[in-house]
Design a binder for this molecule. Structure first.
Ligand code: GRF
Length: 240
């Protein structure tokens, strides 16, 4: 499925990553900023990708600030990390559904991220599918990391899917989020060889090591406005 988010961002701040699908080329990053680039992070789990990004921000490798961390899981590790580092962090209840946000919850997520004036939303292990209103509110400004070389093995437990299929190479993908499942334009990928003795756990561990390198690099390029999008192709002005 292609992007559902076919509305240009309403009132997007200068320097935000914007998308205009009425007038392809679609996703595009506007230049000229005089405010810091603000990142909102959504996660449901242990938060190792968030830590990698926060470390890269702290080291000056990503010219941005972490404006807000939100989780749909009250005791998620990602919230503990965020609080330990004094980032604004919030548990927002997701509502009654298992795989998506209930309408009222979706409104609360949108409001929290808009109040935090985020330029980019980084999904770091957020286990819910984002839909219509959320995608429209932040069109072209949401990215995700997936533990497979997309378009192979979208969905859950991708490392297990790769092992079951018998691929020799697995990996991870950073992509823009659109209305489909793991289907938006690909920003970056990193390959991880599959070993004969790999178990799902060992393969996932090595994929995560690759994720922790790839995701900060992609977020840095977005924050520096070094990325543009033409159709489905994401063009880097500088190579990684
Ligand atoms: C990562 O493997 C990522 O690819 C997937 O969810 C996992 C999140 O891990 N989307 P963590 O919470 O960042 O450690």
């Amino acid at each position: 499925m292609q992007c559902q988010c076919d509305v240009p961002i309403d009132g997007a701040r200068e320097g935000a990553v914007t998308m205009d699908l009425n007038n392809r080329p679609g996703f595009a990053i506007q230049g000229g900023v005089n405010h810091s680039f603000r990142i909102g992070v959504l996660g449901s789990g242990k938060g190792s990708n968030f830590v990698a990004i926060a470390d890269a921000v702290a080291a000056g490798k990503i010219p941005a600030e972490i404006a807000l961390v939100v989780s749909d899981v009250a005791d998620a590790g990602i919230l503990a990390f965020a609080r330990a580092r004094n980032f604004p962090a919030q548990f927002l209840p997701p509502g009654k559904f298992r795989t998506k946000l209930e309408a009222e919850a979706e409104r609360a997520y949108i409001a929290a991220l808009q109040d935090a004036q985020v330029d980019l939303i980084v999904l770091a292990g957020f286990m819910r599918i984002l839909k219509g209103d959320f995608l429209r509110a932040f069109a072209g400004r949401i990215v995700n990391i997936h533990p497979a070389l997309l378009p192979a093995f979208p969905g859950l437990h991708s490392w297990q899917q790769a092992l079951d299929y018998g691929t020799k190479v697995a990996g991870c993908t950073v992509h823009f989020v659109d209305g489909g499942v793991d289907s938006g334009p690909i920003i970056g990928q990193s390959a991880v060889p599959v070993r004969n003795d790999d178990t799902p756990e060992t393969l996932h561990q090595r994929i995560q090591v690759a994720e922790h390198e790839l995701y900060p690099q992609c977020v840095a390029a977005l924050a520096r406005k070094e990325i543009s999008v033409v159709g489905r192709r994401v063009i880097w002005q500088k190579s990684i």
